[in-house]
Design a protein. Structure first.
Length: 90
């Protein structure tokens, strides 16, 4: 599998999933470019970059923005609760 790391604005390496809006770095190893490309696509999907680009394509009214933020927060909360339940059952 291709190795991927995230560098912050100062060039320091960190965990690939710590923060949004930092440069993505995918290192091509002996498995080749195809594996690195799949890893890059996975990172882009996980970070929600394409979703954000589509959203920013057109103007979003302030009320719509507030409703979207509430929906996103509820989704995050549900996901955290389901993960916590899964950890308890393990």
């Amino acid at each position: 599998m291709a190795e991927y790391r995230r560098r912050d604005d100062h060039g320091r390496e960190g965990d690939a999933h710590t923060s949004h809006r930092r440069p993505l770095e995918v290192i091509v190893d002996d498995r080749g470019v195809e594996s690195a490309l799949r890893a890059f696509k996975r990172l882009v999907l996980r970070d929600g970059i394409l979703r954000e680009l589509k959203r920013k394509k057109s103007y979003e009214k302030p009320g719509e923005r507030k409703r979207r933020k509430v929906r996103e927060a509820a989704r995050r909360r549900r996901r955290q609760q389901s993960r916590a339940l899964r950890r308890q059952t393990e």
